[in-house]
Design a protein around this ligand. Sequence first.
Ligand code: CAA
Length: 280
Amino acid sequence: MSDTPTQHPDTPATDAARPHPHLVVTQEGPVLTVALDNEARRNAQLPSLWLALAEVAASLDPSVRVVVLSARGPSFSAGLDLSVVAGDPARAPQGEPDLFEVAARGTDEAAEVIAGFQRGFTAWAEVDAVVVAAVQGHAIGAGFQLALAADLRVVADDVQLAMRETSLGLVPDLGGTQPLVSLVGPARALEICATGRFVGAQEAVATGLANVAVPRDELEATTADLVAALLAAPEASLRALKPLLRSAGSADRETQLRAERETQVTLLRGLGRARAAAGG
Ligand code: CAA
């Protein structure tokens, strides 16, 4: 998307932070914009970035109602920074774990390290704010998985989504397999991952991977419109809706029906209290 974070017209910028050299976080009232910011390397992702993303999600201010995951420059993200798997200690970025060395540790220890990386992606499903990804250009591997970590995706017409882990002899392991399969089904997910081919904007919308595709220069405005529409919904309903719909795909019918009833009772009580307070 563009070089500036998504602006919400009604709310002044209140805070901007850089929790990682490649991440800019800006809060404008109820909207938090998390922008990848390493354009020169097409927002390639270091493991330390994943830890920073997890931390941003974990420390989300309760006033945040919508999160926008975006990226500066022509590409959303070229995925894993390949220097961490180059097998060349001289080229390895300082302070980043060597993934081969991590894997060589005990199975439990390696799993724990990777679980920490995964939280940078899965944490966005767990926050009660709605998370929108605004995706332009290439979103490859970890880049595609970050887009899949959001609840909604707005894509530019130049988007090129690809799962390239298999091509590297790996598998997608940053929380992307479940949302991919639930959106496109197991057969297409297998084909996309196994071939590493690009999925363009039209196919992304047709298969449900993206909510909408727009010309590249309209990505920011369309995202802002969607954010405004989300903010226009009653806050308590919106916050309750996300976990309810997320559980719908995996819960058994009785559990889901109970969740619907219980959520509704809570909301009805809140509406009743508001009515009474307004003298209705
Ligand atoms: N890691 C490190 N550096 C990268 C990078 C990556 N993944 N992708 C791009 N860069 C760097 C390039 O080396 C180049 O650096 P220099 O200017 O120093 O030469 C710079 O970013 C710009 O790249 P390009 O000139 O290639 O830019 P482009 O716009 O023509 O192409 C691209 C963009 C299609 C994304 C291409 O760069 C590319 O194919 N990158 C590799 C993508 C990839 O295979 N990523 C791994 C995915 S698998 C994964 O993510 C694993 C996992 O989760 C476990």
